[in-house]
Design a protein around this ligand. Structure first.
Ligand SMILES: Nc1nc2c(ncn2[C@@H]2O[C@H](COP(=O)(O)OP(=O)(O)OP(=O)(O)O)[C@@H](O)[C@H]2O)c(=O)[nH]1
Ligand SMILES: [Mg+2]
Length: 336
């Protein structure tokens, strides 16, 4: 999974990256583990040779300097292509390095407007090119629907396109189509009221905490992090808060495979069927799918072993169209 940290100059993007990376970063990019207490507990039960968490790639996209030469904004917009989720950083602390006082609403609005403009421009260019090589009807309809929304300040992630249109639009990789998580960087000890941003939040999840303190907590051992985060009044260690919220914003869930060799989390889109989900594990399992044996995480934890689940009848047999739910432990039967 790919994410990008976006946000205006000096908002705290690099600080967030180092808090998330817990020391494992080369400066602009880090691989961050998707915090999941359930995997840790399953691992305690199975004591597998290997425990695998979900992972995110997190990359900082550096906001262009006001003094940067022409084309800097275009390069910036290129840098953020390919992300499945944006971690949108908003400054709510007074910075000695910046002339402007903190104004989260102004900053949020500025970046949102940039994204809308960028998408409108892409649509305009698409219509221009269409004069030479015409667009399909579906593409044209999709682009018109997108333009109408954007002209009314509605980001494309809020627009429901018919399947035929959204397929046509995928190649444009519109910025406002990407889900966002709002991360407000507060001054330490300061409370942040999301109401301060009012309507601007739209339907995005929002988490507020002081990044500098989160970065300090991230230097500690795993055991100490939760304790210190609580003592400092943070909602939790940065990796836990941010990865879980980002995961939710993308509409992703996890299912688990368990055993003596490996306990592993598999991130999938909500709504994925058992057979499609098998493809995440191995294409052979998807192709040779026979059935899935499924038990919910809580049901499993109450019984403590797969055998006990089977004996008490909570281990279900599901077919290929079954929609996998968050936290389910899945064992595939397949033949190749
Ligand atoms: N007071 C305070 N200062 C912070 C906080 N977070 C970041 N800073 C400071 O603000 C400055 C900018 O932070 P960065 O993390 O480098 O911000 P950035 O968004 O990566 O900046 P650019 O990459 O230049 O756009 C640094 O001097 C930080 O120490 C915070 O929560 N409180
Ligand atoms: Mg930076």
């Amino acid at each position: 999974m790919e994410s990008r940290i976006i946000g205006l100059k000096g908002s705290g993007k690099s600080t967030l990256l180092s808090a998330l990376a817990e020391g494992r970063t080369d400066g602009t990019i880090a691989t961050v583990r998707l915090a999941d207490e359930r995997i840790r507990r399953l691992s305690e039960i199975f004591k597998p040779k290997k425990t695998v968490y979900g992972e995110f790639t997190v990359m900082e996209a550096v906001w262009p300097d006001a003094t940067a030469r022409k084309g800097a904004m275009e390069r910036y917009l290129d840098q953020i292509q390919g992300a499945q989720v944006f971690l949108h950083v908003i400054r709510a602390f007074e910075s000695p390095m910046l002339a402007d006082p903190a104004d989260p609403a102004r900053d949020l609005q500025e970046l949102d407007e940039q994204f809308i403009l960028s998408d409108l421009l892409a649509i305009e260019r698409a219509f221009e090119r269409a004069r030479k090589s015409p667009l399909s009807d579906q593409a044209k309809k999709g682009l018109e629907r997108a333009r109408d929304a954007l002209e009314n300040d509605v980001p494309l992630r809020e627009v429901e396109f018919p399947d035929t249109e959204s397929q046509q639009l995928r190649s444009y990789a519109f910025l406002t189509g990407v889900p966002q998580l709002l991360l407000v960087n507060t001054a330490s000890g300061a409370d942040f009221q999301p109401e301060a941003l009012g309507e601007l939040v739209r339907n995005r999840s929002l988490v507020a905490f002081p990044f500098t303190e989160a970065m300090e907590v991230a230097q500690l051992s795993e055991e100490e992090q939760a304790e210190f985060a609580e003592a400092m009044g943070l909602p939790g260690p940065a990796t836990a808060i941010v990865t879980q919220a980002a995961f939710g914003a993308m509409g992703m869930i996890s299912f688990f495979t368990v055993g003596e060799d490996e306990v592993r989390a598999w991130p999938i889109k909500r709504g994925t069927t058992a057979r499609q989900a098998a493809g995440a594990v191995h294409s052979d399992i998807e192709r040779g799918f026979i059935r899935a044996e499924v038990v919910g995480y809580e049901e499993f934890m109450e019984r403590g072993s797969l055998k006990a689940c089977k004996d008490s009848g909570v281990l279900r047999i599901e077919g290929k169209e079954y929609v996998v739910r968050d936290g389910e432990i899945v064992h595939y039967r397949f033949n190749v």
